[in-house]
Design a protein around this ligand. Structure first.
Ligand code: C5P
Length: 246
């Protein structure tokens, strides 16, 4: 069994719901992704409570973007929560990305923990070419995403958030950067608002390293069973499926 690449996105401000979900799915996932919605509602103490219910890695999706000094200080402050992954906007620029990396390394020594893997967000999937042009970026989404991925690599970041459809080409070009992939749907789940989805197994074959999966687990009638089925589909189940006769 290889290590479990499934990170369940818990997109809720409700601490009780997040803790309950964390307890139920813990055996079947590699960790949980908590975003801004949760962090603003519950703060660092909320993250600690989910972390202790889960007993596994936390991916803090805070998408930091500010002047280098402020982002470095934020990275340092967040280190006390020992997140495994932390996101920041690559559009913040090379100096900001380098400052974040330096802060993570410096703070890791002082809290005696490994620095978080710093993960760059390039172009949000809610943006199209017109949206980019409106904020002064001509040339389209792909060129901008590529430009920003190169910046992440130059700054020494650890990975990128990307769609499964971009994973292969990013792997070819920036092979050392982890590919963190949302938009994952098992074939039994509804796509919802995700437009270009892939199954967990397909995404891994395309070069994904971490699979961010939200509603197919969190909104399932039985989230633990959904997580177990997904883990089994990629050979990461720690226990057999209930319907599995073995
Ligand atoms: O419920 P679902 O599986 O669609 O959740 C995917 C998660 O990944 C959500 O937290 C969403 O905000 C996040 N995400 C995404 N697409 C991106 C970046 C992040 O769906 N490009």
């Amino acid at each position: 069994m290889s290590s479990n690449p499934i990170f369940c996105a818990i997109d809720t401000p409700d601490l009780g719901a997040a803790v309950s979900l964390a307890e139920r799915i813990s055996p079947h996932v590699g960790g949980l992704k908590l975003g801004l919605e949760f962090f603003i509602a519950n703060g660092p103490q909320g993250v600690r409570e989910v972390q202790s219910a889960l007993g596994k890695d936390i991916f803090l999706d805070l998408k930091l973007h500010d002047i280098p000094n402020t982002v470095a200080a934020s990275v340092k402050a967040v280190m006390r929560l020992r997140p495994r992954y932390l996101t920041l906007h690559t559009a913040g620029g090379l100096a900001m990305l380098k400052a974040a990396r330096q802060a993570a390394c410096d703070a890791a020594d002082s809290v005696d923990a490994a620095p978080p893997k710093l993960i760059g967000v390039t172009v949000l999937t809610s943006f199209d070419a017109d949206d980019l042009a409106q904020v002064g970026v001509p040339g389209g989404v792909s060129a901008q995403a590529h430009r920003l991925a190169a910046l992440a690599a130059e700054a020494g970041l650890d990975g990128l958030v990307c769609s499964a459809h971009e994973a292969k080409s990013l792997k070819a070009e920036f092979g050392h950067l982890l590919r963190i992939v949302p938009g994952i749907r098992p074939d039994w789940a509804e796509a919802g608002d995700q437009k270009r989805v892939m199954t967990p197994a397909e995404a891994l074959r395309e070069g994904a390293d971490i699979l961010v999966i939200g509603r197919p687990i969190s909104q399932a009638k039985d989230p633990a069973d959904a997580a177990l089925r997904i883990a089994a589909s990629i050979g990461c189940a720690e226990q057999p499926l209930r319907s599995d006769p073995s």
